[in-house]
Ligand binder design. Structure first.
Ligand SMILES: [Zn+2]
Length: 247
């Protein structure tokens, strides 16, 4: 998009320039609010999935603990049965009358004793794991609680900001419309035409002799007109309207 210098060089007198300055600020506000309104829902979605992942990990750990406990309980019942059987075998061994029966009984007893020892070791290992996990949970809990509190607070803050942004955007757009209406019919039409191309960045602030939007350097005389004469000039780089914002 290219606009001739002549056409837009001097649009307004100093009085009108103040309107443009207000319009510039209001536009900037609208741009900022619209950006936040896009960013906040994304940030909220990320928070929800962070929270979900933390909950999933907690749930998986709870399931792991429950499985270990159930398995240890099953093995303890099995141990009881095997110990009873061992007692029975030991008693019977005292009553055997033949060498063969005694040897067979001893084999049974040693097999059973081995199995009992194996299960005991296994149960012991599980109980130790459960103890370690319980200690870890004790240490971790305060941190996790505050993590989820942080998530909750952050999400509340974002939702509040979202509501405020929505309200402020309505107000900024209304203020903007009011300012445009004050521009006068001709300038108002011009502004609206530019608005179709640039949206809320029709106006750019003069920044050290250059367009504050794209950085294109302005011809010295034009920059001077904008800075001192309350003129509005179109940028040769991006075509936006450059005004003097700061004194
Ligand atoms: Zn520019």
């Amino acid at each position: 998009m290219s606009f001739g210098r002549k056409l837009f060089q001097v649009w307004c007198d100093l009085k009108d320039n103040e309107l443009y300055i207000d319009l510039y600020h209001e536009d900037r506000k609208v741009v900022f609010l619209e950006r936040r309104l896009k960013e906040i829902p994304i940030a909220l979605k990320e928070l929800v999935s962070d929270g979900g992942r933390a909950l999933d990990a907690k749930e998986a750990r709870r399931a792991e603990i429950a499985e270990l406990e159930a398995s240890a309980r099953r093995q303890e019942r099995e141990l009881e049965l095997q110990r009873t059987q061992l007692e029975r075998l030991t008693k019977r061994q005292k009553q055997v009358t033949s060498v063969e029966a005694m040897e067979a009984g001893e084999r049974d007893i040693s097999r059973l004793a081995e199995s009992i020892e194996e299960i005991e070791l296994d149960v012991l290992g599980k109980l130790e794991s459960l103890e370690v996990m319980a200690r870890q949970d004790q240490l971790r809990q305060p941190g996790e609680e505050s993590d989820s509190e942080d998530l909750g607070r952050e999400s509340r803050d974002l939702k509040q900001e979202l509501q405020e942004c929505e309200r402020e955007l309505v107000a900024a757009n209304a203020a903007r419309d009011q300012l445009i209406n004050q521009l006068g019919e001709r300038e108002c039409r011009r502004y609206q035409r530019f608005f179709k191309g640039f949206g809320n960045t029709v106006l750019a602030a003069l920044n050290h002799e250059a367009c504050g939007f794209c950085g294109e350097k302005m011809p010295p005389q034009q920059a001077m007109d904008v800075r001192t004469g309350g003129a509005i000039a179109s940028c040769q780089g991006c075509g936006r309207l450059v005004i003097q914002v700061k004194e």
